[in-house]
Design a protein around this ligand. Structure first.
Ligand code: 6PG
Length: 245
């Protein structure tokens, strides 16, 4: 599968990375909408994607047909949507509140509900929207990576990594990673992306990215190593996060 060999793009800093990624994203929306009438974008949480979301919010109106964009979240913390720790709150503040995307196209994970209930509800919405069991779900899935190699809220050693039936599950992050209670998409869903774009910035990510891109035995076992786009996998890195050549 062509997406198994990742492409790596390195930029001087997170600002340059975000400008380039926003331009690339805007450029692929139109052909996708022409072909499939919609563009499904998976959003990552954490801090790294914020400048990219802000760039996207600033894109010229006609560049991105927001009325044809569907937004899905890769994971969410079990907090209210107004909580500063909420991935939805970050995306809404940086992007969703600033673009004409129909509210019905923003599939928010209800972090305020009981985690099992929220996971089941989200899975129901996804299955209704994507009834074909094999077709790709995401046109582009944005993901971050933790210094421990987690992605979305799939952490190393988590039983959720073995889940092959459920699309959405409640999980607990390791001790010390707050908030601990989260809801995450599982690998079978994360793998149903035409393109997967990992975004990483900062020297603290360099060791784990070196393991992952270096294909070491330890690196190959990390959750972020297990997600590939069917067509493309791209690592968008700033210079600090990029492994030394
Ligand atoms: C989350 C994210 C998580 C994040 C990484 C990197 O809910 O925290 O889904 O996978 O992308 O932890 O986070 P930073 O961008 O803040 O380094």
């Amino acid at each position: 599968m062509p997406g198994r060999t990742p492409a790596v793009e390195v930029f001087p800093d997170i600002g340059a990375l975000s400008v380039a990624a926003a331009k690339r994203l805007a450029a692929i929306v139109r052909p996708a909408v022409l072909r499939r009438k919609r563009f499904v974008l998976g959003l990552a949480g954490g801090h790294t994607p914020r400048p990219l979301y802000e760039q996207l919010a600033g894109a010229e109106r006609e560049e991105v047909q927001w009325r044809r964009v569907v937004v899905i979240f890769g994971d969410e913390r079990c907090v209210a949507p107004t909580d500063p720790a909420s991935n939805y709150a970050m995306a809404a503040g940086a992007l969703l509140a600033h673009v004409p995307i129909p509210q019905r196209n923003v599939l928010r994970i209800a972090g305020e509900l009981d985690p099992e209930d929220a996971a089941e509800r989200y899975e129901g919405r996804l299955r209704a929207l994507f009834p074909d069991p094999d077709a790709p779900i995401f046109d582009v899935l944005l993901l971050g990576v933790g210094a421990d190699g987690h992605t979305a809220s799939l952490f190393p050693g988590s039983p959720a990594l073995l889940e092959r039936e459920r699309w959405v599950v409640p999980v607990q992050a390791p001790r010390g990673v707050m908030p601990r209670d989260r809801i995450t998409l599982t690998l079978p869903v994360l793998e149903r992306a035409r393109e997967v774009w990992f975004l990483a910035s900062g020297a603290d990510k360099r060791p784990v990215i070196a393991e992952i891109l270096g294909g070491t035995a330890a690196g190959r076992r990390l959750p972020a190593s297990l997600v590939h786009g069917r067509e493309r996998t791209v690592w968008w890195l700033d210079r600090q996060a990029a492994p030394e050549r």
